[in-house]
Design a protein around this ligand. Structure first.
Ligand SMILES: Nc1ncnc2c1ncn2[C@@H]1O[C@H](COP(=O)(O)OP(=O)(O)OP(=O)(O)O)[C@@H](O)[C@H]1O
Length: 280
C-alpha cells in the first residue's frame, strides 16, 4: 500500500543577490543608503526613481564595476567579484556595439572576449562554434536577415537587439538592462518588450531593468523597486542617499499603487510616463 507523505519538506530557495544594508558615496555625496533586499533566481526586477537617485549605480555594483561604500552585496551568498563576469551581462541605453564589425562579428567578438579577454580573437574549432552560437542567438533576437550589416546600417531597435544578443551569447544568469529602450519609438519598444519577456522565460534569467517609464516597469517586472530619499536636509541635499521605498510584487498590484507611485515620481521626474494600463 502506498503511503502519501503529508509532511512537506521545506524548500530553501537560495537567493542569487542579497544586499545587506548597503550604501554608496562619491566623495561627500551620499547616493544610496540602507539598501537591503534579497532577490531569488528568475525574478524580473524593474527599478524606477528620480533621475540621479542611484539606479544605474546599483546596477554597476551588481556588474562589479562599482563597490558599495558600506554593507555587503552578495552573489550566491558570496561577495560580488569586483569585476564583470560572464554570469552578468549588461545592455545600456546608448548603443554599445563595435562600429567597425558586422552584426555577426559583433556577437562573435563578445563571445571571444569572454573566452580570451586580452584579444577577443578565437581560432579554429572555437571560432566555428562561436559563429554557430552567434548565428542562432541573432536568429532569436530577430536579426538573422542582417548578419552582414554594420551597426550604422541598423535602426535603433536593431542595435538594441544586437546589444542584447551580445549580452546573452555569454549565457549570463543575470541580465542588467539600463534604460535599454529609452531611445526607441513606442511601436519598437513594444516589440522589444515581447523579446525581453521571451528571453527572460526561455533562458530563466534574473533581470534588473532600470526604466523611467513607470508603465513599462509595471508591465515587464515581476517585482518593482522605487528608489527615493527617505531623509532630506534642504541645507545639504547630498547628505542623504536614496533607499528602496517601495518593493512591490507585481501581477496583482492594485491600480491605486501605480497612481500613488506615479504621484510621488511626477514632481521630480517629468519624463515618467503618466498613463496606466498594460502594453504588449
Ligand atoms: N563615478 C562617479 N563619480 C562621482 N559621481 C558619480 C559617479 N557616477 C555617478 N555619480 C553620481 O551619482 C548619482 C547617481 O547616478 P546614477 O547614474 O546612478 O543615477 P540614476 O538614478 O541612474 O540616474 P538616471 O535616471 O538619470 O540615469 C548622480 O548624482 C551622479 O552624478
Amino acid at each position: 500500500m502506498s503511503q502519501t507523505n503529508t509532511e512537506s519538506t521545506p524548500v530553501i530557495q537560495e537567493s542569487i543577490i542579497q544586499a545587506k544594508n548597503i550604501g554608496k558615496q562619491y566623495g561627500n555625496d551620499v547616493i544610496l543608503e540602507r539598501v537591503s533586499v534579497t532577490v531569488q533566481e528568475g525574478e524580473f526586477i524593474t527599478l524606477v526613481g528620480a533621475s540621479g537617485c542611484g539606479k544605474s549605480t546599483f546596477l554597476k555594483m551588481i556588474l562589479g564595476i562599482e563597490d558599495p561604500s558600506s554593507g555587503d552585496l552578495l552573489l550566491d551568498g558570496k561577495a560580488i567579484p569586483n569585476e564583470p563576469g560572464p554570469d552578468r551581462g549588461i545592455v545600456f541605453q546608448q548603443y554599445s556595439v563595435f562600429p567597425h564589425m558586422t552584426v555577426l562579428e559583433n556577437v562573435i567578438a563578445a563571445k571571444g572576449f569572454q573566452k580570451s579577454s586580452l584579444t577577443g580573437y578565437l581560432f579554429g574549432k572555437e571560432k566555428q562554434q562561436a559563429k554557430q552560437e552567434a548565428t542562432e542567438m541573432l536568429e532569436k533576437v530577430g536579426l538573422s536577415h542582417a548578419l552582414g550589416r554594420y551597426p550604422d546600417e541598423l535602426s535603433g531597435g536593431m542595435k538594441q537587439r544586437l546589444a542584447i544578443a551580445q549580452a546573452l551569447i555569454c549565457k549570463p544568469r543575470i541580465l542588467l538592462l539600463d534604460e535599454p529602450f529609452g531611445a526607441l519609438d513606442p511601436g519598437i519598444r513594444a516589440d522589444m518588450h515581447a523579446l525581453v519577456l521571451d528571453l527572460w522565460r526561455e533562458h530563466k534569467l534574473t533581470v534588473f531593468m532600470v526604466t523611467h517609464d513607470l508603465k513599462e516597469g509595471f508591465y515587464l517586472g515581476s517585482r518593482l523597486w522605487v528608489f527615493d530619499k527617505v531623509r532630506h536636509d534642504p541645507q545639504a541635499p547630498n547628505a542623504y542617499g536614496a533607499s528602496i521605498t517601495y518593493d512591490l510584487p507585481l501581477g496583482h498590484a492594485p491600480k491605486e499603487l501605480y497612481e500613488e507611485i506615479d504621484d510621488r515620481l511626477r514632481p521630480v521626474d517629468k519624463n515618467t510616463s503618466l498613463s496606466t494600463g498594460s502594453e504588449g
